[in-house]
Design a protein around this ligand. Sequence first.
Ligand code: C2E
Ligand code: MG
Ligand code: MG
Ligand code: MG
Length: 279
Amino acid sequence: QAKMAGRNTLCFYDPAMQAAVSASAALQSDLRQGLREGQFLLHYQPQVGRDGRMTGVEALLRWQHARRGLVRPAEFIAAAEEGGLILPLGQWALETACQQLAAWAHQPSTAGLSMAINVSVRQFRQPEFVDRVMATLNAAKVSPHKLKLELTESLFADDMDISIRKLARLKDLGVTLSLDDFGMGYSSLSCLKRLPLDQLKIDKSFVHDILRDPNDAAIARTIIALAQSLGLGVLAEGVETEAQRAFLAHHGCECYQGHLFCKPLPIEALQNFMAALPP
Ligand code: C2E
Ligand code: MG
Ligand code: MG
Ligand code: MG
């Protein structure tokens, strides 16, 4: 192999790198097979309002792998992004989430729930992204008002005018726009101000130590204040204790998500969880 690269080419053979490359290739083909064979599923985690009532869910992708068991996104989303498989996978997640919304629309107890879905940069970058979302909503006969898209700050690195036009079209349709993991990326306030968003999501890394680390507490308070002054809603993710919730509520946070309320659940378990809620 090294010989074929030619006389003037230096070629280092690094076994560790070689192993990483083939592991990634194996993961890519595993992912492709998983998608073909229907190994992906969504778990749903409740989002609650100030009064503790459930307002909707966030859909979170899981991979039921034959040998590895249930695989979390941390282990495959990056690879799916890299290999481009995130496009069909993201579309599958969007369709599945919309079908779930359609099923909920038939029952009064679930008809008001919203569905948040994570959108990767690569998905959002597709020129036809907005049309796809619209077509998917139409096909499932779901109102755009039920759908919330969770975007990340990485879209700030793209052409802002193009991003803003897409967001504005989605917003005009009635889709809710939330900025996920806020504070983790490199958004500038001037960019933030230009985006027609509805909500900021405080990343769970700031919530985790909010009662112990004064810097995390300051960041969380600042994000809440920022959301308020920009006229946006704010949701804290990764809320695990009542003390964290109380602190966030005291500083004006409106919506919560985390293990304190409910872990992400498969659909049947979520239905049971909802059936047991007070009316
Ligand atoms: P995210 O969108 O920020 O989702 C929140 C993550 O926090 C989820 O991890 C959730 O299970 C976890 N979480 C929720 N409550 C708590 C809590 O109280 N404590 C702790 N420690 N963690 C909590 P998960 O499900 O492993 O997903 C990780 C990330 O993968 C997501 O972060 C999102 O960025 C990405 N992801 C998940 N599903 C999709 C998808 O369909 N498409 C794309 N593009 N990305 C997805
Ligand atoms: Mg999210
Ligand atoms: Mg998040
Ligand atoms: Mg996060």
